[in-house]
Design a protein around this ligand. Structure first.
Ligand SMILES: NC(=O)c1ccc[n+]([C@@H]2O[C@H](COP(=O)([O-])OP(=O)(O)OC[C@H]3O[C@@H](n4cnc5c(N)ncnc54)[C@H](OP(=O)(O)O)[C@@H]3O)[C@@H](O)[C@H]2O)c1
Length: 280
């Protein structure tokens, strides 16, 4: 059972990762970004998810510095993720991309570094680079994002180190049960992106009915459903009241029946690109 905002899952290499964190996709450099990261940390968040392609690593770094200072915590108490972009997939280029991300964030290490998308014929070399970075002790954990089962199987044929994380689109309309089971069997922690389906599920009648029953918001019900499914979740918000709202999900438990009702909302519907058919 997950009891509070700072509870962690233990990845297969023993590293502890918070079940809950803040996403910052589509948040541009500037005070809104810095404040969102800082506000999250002050309100107890211990995990921040960014990526090179978001173009906001400098502001995320500033938010982290300001947040840990105000919260009175150390860098080591925070879990920071970034991702190598497709254009940089390659052995040397991925290692260089990692160094660039560290510089922009102004951090000495990341807790998690991910291959952002499974670009065919490129992800294996990039994975070798992540293995090197990890083996040298420059990152605490490595993983992938948007990998389907067949991508994972292909990667693991040659990998020395198994990915610790697979971060994928995951919400009540896209529950990816087969992938969930596969990752569980392999000891790869599943992590949800766009857990709120980018805001498009908030008026759903089934979710509204469940939310009313628990005196919670729809967003809170979805995020609680993630945790009870043992999926790490990183909702994005730049608004303080929603940053607080989204993380106030540790004082209720969805019944098995309600979990099932939400599971059954699946329509295999994506709001983001299809990992088997993307052109970037
Ligand atoms: N690996 C990948 O390929 C990938 C792809 C996409 C996303 N991600 C990661 O996953 C994170 C989350 O996904 P996401 O940003 O796409 O979407 P999301 O978290 O599902 O939804 C974010 C949207 O919902 C709104 N929102 C948040 N909390 C709310 C609440 N309590 N009530 C009402 N509206 C609320 C936000 O608006 P406000 O900001 O105005 O509150 C924003 O418009 C990203 O930020 C990123 O870090 C990764």
């Amino acid at each position: 059972m997950i009891y509070n905002l700072q509870d962690t899952t233990t990845l297969h290499n023993g590293v502890k990762m918070p079940w809950f964190g803040l996403g910052v996709f589509k948040v541009e450099e500037g005070p809104e970004l810095v404040n969102a990261v800082k506000t999250a940390i002050i309100n107890g968040y211990r995990s921040i998810d960014t990526a090179a392609i978001y173009g906001n690593e400098e502001g995320v770094g500033q938010g982290i510095r300001e947040g840990i200072k105000e919260a009175g915590i150390s860098r080591e108490e925070l879990f920071v993720t970034s991702k190598v972009w497709n254009a940089d997939l390659g052995y040397e280029s991925t290692i260089a991309a990692y160094t660039t991300s560290l510089k922009k964030l102004d951090l000495e290490y990341l807790d998690l570094y991910l291959i952002h998308w499974p670009v065919e014929a490129k992800y294996k070399e990039a994975w070798r680079a992540l293995e090197t970075i990890y083996t040298k002790g420059q990152v605490k954990a490595i993983g992938v994002s948007n990998f389907q089962i067949h991508h994972l199987q292909d990667l693991m044929k040659d990998a020395k180190i198994k990915p610790m994380i697979n971060q994928v689109e995951f919400h009540p309309r896209l529950t990816q049960k087969d992938l969930q089971v596969f990752c569980q069997e392999q000891g790869i922690q599943l992590e949800a992106w766009s857990p709120l389906m980018q805001g498009q599920l908030l008026e759903d009648e089934i979710l509204k009915e469940i939310a009313t029953k628990y005196n919670k918001s729809v967003a809170q019900v979805i995020l609680r459903w993630d945790l009870q499914n043992e999926v790490v979740t990183i909702p994005k918000s730049t608004k303080e009241h929603r940053i607080v709202e989204n993380s106030s999900i540790f004082d209720f438990v969805l019944t098995d029946e309600d979990m099932k009702k939400i599971d059954e909302m699946n329509e295999n519907h994506r709001v983001g690109p299809d990992p088997d058919n993307f052109d970037f």
